[in-house]
Design a binder for this molecule. Structure first.
Ligand SMILES: *Cc1c(COP(=O)(O)O)cnc(C)c1O
Length: 393
């Protein structure tokens, strides 16, 4: 038997193939379409933060392996940020871990905490790395589907409670939620916290959009709820908050025993990363509130521009309370299959979007939903809106 007589990609990963983003970005290029598929900003973050990275590089800070847990400046800045914004106190030396973006934080956390066969409950639609990381860790994912209800996607708390079994190891929460834009309310988070305490579950919470909440929505970290700090791994990232998605600087805050466990996996993934950028992100986290307010206001205006345009083009729009994505329902356009719709959209209208079905195990539950990113320059969004109007014709 030769080594190629069985599939090269192992069974754990076989179902994942290549991501939809590669296919759609290639399509965007080929057709000259505006790419509202993948969620990255088309302008860079604050000049002073970029300059801080240049300075670190020139001064020789972080050009060699930084410390395993992250540079002290950034660990202190993360702890100060959690304290200042949420009143959450973490020891920068033992309760903060810097990672290669939130992506590595998610991977290392799941690889560290899961035994084969452990069940992980996560909201469907999922951020695309969750399912793959649960699989790589040998865990079993148990989706709880968010469903449209009065203009937004909501969690059914009874369904969540019913999903917990004796094999459930952890809840993997994401708020503000990609791709639906749902921000969990105080009531929902209270119920999740009560369930976690009652069933003695670990909680991993992906809060990379913590600074992108709109209107009356408020981001409430799960770790602030009663009984939660000691069982919660909170994941943050500089990519979305500061518009430097290429820098891959993320972090974990958790009690020291959990941080130690996550670091055990992380040290064999990247060991360390992004040396000079860590110093720059430390400065970014200390920016005055006015930066965060201006960033949010800018993104809010973009959300409103794209939401209005999509509604005018005939989509049903789920106005997001957070993140930089808008999920739409294509059924008012006489369409039912998001995959077919998104594959045709570049030719039809010169715009690329992502079918939400790729984020579901129950593909049929996600079939009519399509996601658009609005973290793009105003002129780009205006042109996209103009093009999409042809669909209404
Ligand atoms: C973008 C994103 C991530 C990945 O963040 P990085 O810091 O770029 O690794 C993780 N979770 C969600 C929900 C995201 O949208």
């Amino acid at each position: 038997m030769t080594s190629t007589s069985r599939p090269l990609l192992n069974r754990r990963l076989a179902e994942f193939g290549t991501t939809i983003f590669a296919e759609m970005s290639a399509l965007a290029l080929k057709t000259g379409s505006i790419n509202l598929g993948q969620g990255f900003p088309d302008t860079d973050g604050p000049e002073e933060v970029r300059e801080a990275a240049v300075r670190a590089l020139r001064d020789g800070r972080g050009n060699q392996y930084p410390p395993g847990p992250g540079v002290p400046e950034l660990r202190h800045a993360v702890a100060a940020h959690q304290e200042r914004r949420y009143g959450l106190s973490y020891d920068p030396d033992t309760e903060v871990l810097v990672t290669a973006g939130a992506t590595e934080a998610i991977a290392a956390t799941l690889l560290a905490l899961l035994e084969p066969g452990d069940e992980v409950i996560a909201f469907e639609p999922y951020y695309d790395s969750y399912a793959a990381c649960i699989a790589m860790a040998g865990g079993t994912r148990v989706p709880v589907t968010l469903r449209p209800h009065e203009g937004s996607f909501r969690l059914d708390l009874d369904e969540l409670r019913a999903a917990v079994t004796d094999r459930t190891r952890l809840l993997l929460i994401n708020t503000p939620h990609n791709p639906t834009g749902t921000v969990l309310t105080r009531e929902e988070l209270t119920a999740i916290a009560e369930l976690a305490v009652e069933r003695d579950l670990l909680v991993v919470t992906d809060e990379v959009y913590e600074h992108l909440v709109f209107d009356s929505a408020e981001h409430l970290p799960l770790a602030t709820f009663p009984g939660m700090r000691e069982r919660t791994v909170t994941i943050g990232s500089a990519g979305k908050t500061f518009s430097f998605t290429g820098w891959k600087v993320g972090w974990v805050t958790a009690p020291s025993a959990l941080v130690t466990a996550v670091r055990s996996a992380k040290q064999f993934l990247t060991y360390v990363s992004s040396g000079p950028f860590q110093y720059a992100v430390a400065e970014a986290l200390a920016l005055p509130d006015s930066y965060f307010a201006a960033f949010r206001a800018d993104m809010l205006a973009k959300r409103d521009l794209l939401a209005a345009g999509l509604a005018e083009a005939g989509f049903e729009v789920f106005r997001p309370a957070g993140t930089y994505f808008i999920t739409t329902d294509i059924r008012p356009l006489g369409e039912r299959d998001g995959f077919a719709f998104c594959r045709a959209l570049p030719e039809r209208a010169g715009v690329v979007a992502i079918p939400n079905a790729v984020f579901y195990d129950h593909r049929e539950a996600g079939a009519p939903f399509v996601r658009f990113a609005f973290c793009k320059q105003t002129g780009v969004l205006e042109e996209a809106v103009k093009r999409l109007k042809s669909l209404a014709g």
